[in-house]
Design a protein around this ligand. Structure first.
Ligand code: PNS
Length: 160
């Protein structure tokens, strides 16, 4: 059974992330999508909110688990009896950052492989930050994020 782990901030999940999850499910028996608790970052959504949005946005998919983790990713991957980390790759700009992390993780644990999945061309420009900025200034993000995320973003920014 090939279990893969797809970690990220998912603040919030975008259609680009969903596309990566769907592609990963074609390759691996199951995918654990896990929300990283990074104390360095100031997220818009709480871990629980991000988990809830991920659950709602992936309810059409089978063989998927939504979870969260804190601390070292490699420890989490091991605790799930997996050896595969999935990361989405959009453009050249992602490469250096991802390359460094994948190599470092491999040096620390040579059993664990990072597999990069190229996002659908429609979403190469997309990331969570740009979606937040767009919504903050009342821009339309329909078609770029799941419906539930659109609603939650609107709720968040209408409060502030
Ligand atoms: O979506 P993001 O913000 O690019 O996700 C980053 C994430 C959560 C995958 C990354 O910050 C992470 O792996 N955090 C865990 C801490 C860790 O293992 N650091 C060492 C990486 S070489």
């Amino acid at each position: 059974m090939k279990t893969s782990v797809y970690p990220g901030s998912f603040d919030p999940v975008t259609n680009g992330h969903i596309d990566v999850i769907e592609r990963a499910l074609k390759i691996f028996d199951n995918v654990i999508v896990t929300v990283g608790d990074n104390p360095e970052k100031k997220p818009l959504f709480t871990i629980q909110e991000r988990i809830d949005m991920l659950k709602e946005s992936t309810k059409h998919l089978k063989n998927i688990e939504i979870d969260s983790f804190s601390g070292l990713l490699l420890n989490y991957v091991k605790s799930k009896n997996s050896k595969i980390i999935i990361r989405g790759l959009r453009a050249v700009s992602d490469f250096e950052f991802e390359f460094q992390r994948a190599l470092l993780n491999r040096v620390v644990d040579k059993e664990v492989e990072t597999i990069f999945i190229m996002t659908k061309e429609d979403y190469v420009y997309l990331n969570s930050s740009i979606i937040k900025e767009m919504t903050k200034f009342k821009g339309k993000v329909n078609g770029l994020v799941p419906k539930i995320v659109e609603e939650k973003l609107r709720e968040k920014f209408n409060k502030t």
